[in-house]
Design a protein around this ligand. Structure first.
Ligand SMILES: Nc1ncnc2c1ncn2[C@@H]1O[C@H](COP(=O)(O)OP(=O)(O)OP(=O)(O)O)[C@@H](O)[C@H]1O
Ligand SMILES: [Zn+2]
Ligand SMILES: [Zn+2]
Length: 806
């Protein structure tokens, strides 16, 4: 028997399965989708691999290597996921191994460690130190904890003489958590009898026996019983010794908890608009039809309620449901809402979980113990079976596209899985991506609209404040008088306020007021960002950091100041201007700790603070009835992003954050501060008019030949030497020129917006096309052709529909 194995070596040469011989020992147990350990390459180094196929015969003439080990007895990838992986890899020009790793919990990524193996023990007689190192073992871990590094020269000599060898072992980090449990094994009468014979002083034994007399005949965690019956371990040990009970370790799940308990909730009675949308979705679920709905509903229109009832519908049909939410703050709030409806039938997957929790949630899904999954981007690969419904909330969010290999978009993967399962796909947003809205226009998607707020409230009224005027009249560049006045007004009424500092594309760097010098990253050529909390300048691309200088490195002047401001500075300014306001600050710094987001939001919800001040992470999903004012400190910074989607991003962000105001009975108000008050993205966000924005932006996209009129592919070439990356870029550009369609447009080669990242120089090509099979084929072959380039140290990145133009 032979197995096709994709090995854990992400290079162009290894992007196809290798054939291995299955030793008879494993031939019964080995199934497609399992993890194995195999020898690889000339040195037969052991690596992890995934079995993608098994066959009785092989056409490989060479002598084949044996599979060394099976990692676990259950397959970790089912047939659907194996097929999906092939599609994701091909479609996104990625390696299959990278796709497998993205699909599975982190702990299934193999860790390799070095070991020393003894080959000729008799040769060590005159080397007592080495003998002592091995003692009676023939393999020891090769690391500083085990090996005295002064022995290394000797060890290397011994390796040359083949007396020892240095090898690799594959460590499986996927560990199941166990807890101690016990159960009674005697009859009630027996326990009663024992109890009567006890000495009066044996209080704890008496308590245990009374417990055993009425306890269930199943394993119960030791800890729980000890706590509720005031026992101790010694008593249980004794009882085990006397044969009253048996103990054994039980598998236990690490289930992620929210900061406070989740209250149950009941389905709400849908209003007419909601009902219409729900019926369309529910009917489609019953019919097992593959259809995609675009649910375009203004902020607060009750999209979430429709999702929850649609999930209930899928469950009632005996199917499962998958719901994706953007990887941000809103995850805990959404998780809370879904758990309040479906309780323990929900598994959660997002980056806030520990590796152990992630692994356990994944296993609960894999074993079909839960039927609902809520999670961020990579949850789209959750091993659910029999999917009836997939929901993508805030479908326009760019975080659904992975910005590293494999560069997949969760929407594409969701569509594939919906087709596979004949499932219903629902894309929801108040501000759909232009791509999705355009597909609805062409009836590829079915458009469902909600034009009114669910609570009958009005959309908030929005005022645009021209900051150029505010500054002219002696105001500062953070708070206009209008905003300060509005905040004070809400404070007297005990109402709450959300303030957003738009940090995307924002300049939070140092500038010398004398010479204009800005400290930049030594690896990336980008301005360093000021992080006051750790008193350092940090590079956001590579993580390089240095202390905040007091003098300009260029001219020596001490007038080196921060340009722009962070949430911390805004909070300081706020406490100066309105000292009585209680402020919760929410940004990457205050939400880094696990669970902190959920805590901060719960505190705000309980009115423990008046103002929630944050970056764009607070723009979406928050549903607090007492918030009547939303202030946007700088509406226009996103407009300066080097990206054709800058207006779309700005419009989406402003509309979303405005939607946080007036969600309860009280009317809401929004104040947007901007230096570009006349820009259409800002004006249309003020009117919350998505449809008008869609038409205006589509006209521009058409004129400039951008998405959704054209597809886009970006190819990046990176090398430590700028000449080498340029050469590769021109070589490939010339090769492609002869292949691509007449209508296809190639831009570049050009250096990226940021030419150097992590010590590599980037060159890029941007290709815009409508239908170009030859182009796609050429790019597919490029990851093979790239082998030659890779040998020269060139990295090639092919990015379909890139989100990030760097
Ligand atoms: N049918 C209904 N009857 C009464 N209240 C409702 C109904 N549907 C939704 N709501 C309430 O209206 C509020 C807004 O609903 P929800 O958060 O679902 O809107 P949304 O469209 O998801 O909002 P956003 O896109 O702004 O996040 C919530 O407090 C919700 O409980
Ligand atoms: Zn850097
Ligand atoms: Zn200077």
């Amino acid at each position: 028997m032979y197995a096709q194995v994709i090995v854990d070596v992400p290079t162009m040469q290894t992007n196809q399965p290798y054939t291995y011989h299955i030793p008879s020992l494993f031939s019964e147990a080995l199934i497609r989708g399992m993890r194995v350990v195999v020898p690889f390459g000339k040195g037969n180094r052991l690596v992890q691999g995934f079995v993608t196929d098994i066959s009785d015969t092989t056409d490989q003439p060479d002598k084949l290597k044996d599979i060394s080990q099976i990692v676990e007895l259950e397959p970790v990838l089912n047939d659907e996921l194996l097929q999906l992986a092939t599609w994701v890899a091909d479609y996104n020009f990625a390696f299959r191994i990278s796709v497998f790793q993205t699909m599975l919990p982190n702990v299934m990524r193999a860790r390799y460690s070095k070991v020393l193996r003894l080959i000729e023990p008799n040769e060590l007689n005159h080397l007592p130190q080495i003998q002592a190192l091995f003692a009676d073992r023939d393999e020891v871990p090769f690391d500083v904890d085990n090996v005295d590094m002064t022995l290394v020269p000797t060890l290397l000599k011994l390796q040359k003489k083949r007396i020892i060898e240095i090898g690799y072992v594959v460590n499986n980090r996927a560990k199941v958590k166990k807890i101690n449990a016990f159960k009674p094994i005697k009859s009630v009468d027996f326990y009663q009898e024992q109890r009567q014979q006890l000495r009066p002083s044996a209080v704890k034994q008496a308590r245990l026996l009374s417990y055993l007399m009425q306890s269930p005949q199943t394993f119960v965690p030791v800890k729980e019983v000890i706590k509720s019956y005031q026992l101790d371990y010694a008593v249980l040990k004794q009882a085990e010794g006397k044969g009253w009970i048996v103990q054994k370790p039980l598998e236990s799940y690490r289930i992620p908890k929210l900061s406070t308990p989740v209250k149950n909730s009941q389905p709400l009675t849908l209003n007419a608009e909601q009902q219409e949308a729900y019926i369309a979705i529910a009917n489609n679920i019953s019919e097992n039809d593959t259809k995609t709905f675009l649910l375009e509903g203004v902020t607060g229109s009750g999209k979430t309620e429709i999702y929850l009832q649609a999930i209930a519908k899928a469950l009632s049909e005996g199917q499962t449901a998958l719901m994706l939410v953007p990887e941000i703050t809103l995850t805990p709030q959404m998780v809370r809402r879904v758990k309040s409806r479906f309780g323990d039938d929900v598994a959660v997957m997002h980056s806030g979980l520990s590796d152990g929790e992630r692994y356990d949630e994944w296993r609960r899904i894999q074993r079909s113990e839960v039927h609902v999954v809520v999670g961020a981007r990579s949850a789209v690969f959750a091993p659910l079976k029999n999917i009836g419904l997939i929901i993508i909330d805030e479908e326009h969010e760019s975080s659904y596209k992975q910005d590293e290999n494999p560069r997949y978009h969760a929407r594409d993967v969701a569509q594939w899985r919906a087709n596979f399962h004949h499932a219903t796909l629902v894309l929801g947003s108040a501000t759909p991506s232009l791509e999705s809205r355009a597909r609805a226009q062409k009836n590829v998607y079915h458009l469902l609209t909600l034009e009114h707020r669910a609570t009958n409230g009005m959309l908030p009224e929005t005022q645009v404040v021209d900051m150029r005027e505010a500054i002219k009249h002696g105001g500062d560049d953070i708070f206009s008088p209008q905003l300060i006045e509005a905040i004070q007004n809400r404070l007297t009424k005990q109402e709450q306020i959300v303030l957003m500092l738009n940090r995307r594309g924002y300049a939070n760097f140092l500038v010398c007021r004398e010479c204009g010098f800005t400290p930049r990253c030594i690896n990336c050529d980008v301005a360093l960002t000021v992080h006051k909390d750790i008193s350092r300048l940090v590079c956001h691309y590579c993580g390089y950091s240095e202390t905040i200088p007091t003098k300009c490195k260029n001219c020596g002047s001490t007038r080196i100041r921060q340009f722009g401001s962070g949430t911390q500075k805004v909070a300081e300014q706020l406490s100066e201007q309105i000292p009585q306001a209680r402020v919760i600050r929410m940004d990457v710094d205050t939400t880094r700790r696990k669970g902190s987001t959920d805590q901060l939001l719960t505190a705000f919800g309980n009115h423990e603070a008046d103002i929630l001040l944050g970056t764009q992470m607070i723009a979406k999903g928050l549903d607090f009835a007492n918030v009547t004012l939303v202030g946007v400190l700088n509406a226009d910074t996103t407009l300066s992003l080097p990206d054709f989607r800058a207006s779309e991003r700005t419009f989406q962000l402003l509309t979303q954050v405005s939607g946080r105001a007036g969600r309860g009975d009280k009317p809401g108000k929004v104040i947007m501060q901007t230096f570009n008050p006349d820009h259409y993205a800002i004006q249309l966000a003020r009117q919350q008019d998505y449809e008008a924005f869609y038409h205006q932006e589509m006209a521009l996209r058409h004129a400039w030949k951008y998405t959704p009129y054209y597809f886009t592919i970006q190819i990046k070439f990176a090398h430590e030497k700028i000449d080498e990356s340029a050469k590769a870029a021109y070589e490939i550009a010339n090769w492609l020129k002869n292949i691509i369609d007449n209508e296809t447009i190639m831009l570049g080669p050009a250096t990226g917006t940021i030419p150097r990242i992590k010590n590599k120089y980037y060159y890029r090509l941007v290709i815009k096309y409508r239908h170009d099979e030859k182009l796609i084929q050429a790019l597919g072959s490029l990851i093979k052709k790239g082998q030659q380039l890779q040998k020269q140290g060139i990295t090639i990145i092919i990015d379909r529909e890139p989100i990030n133009f760097m």
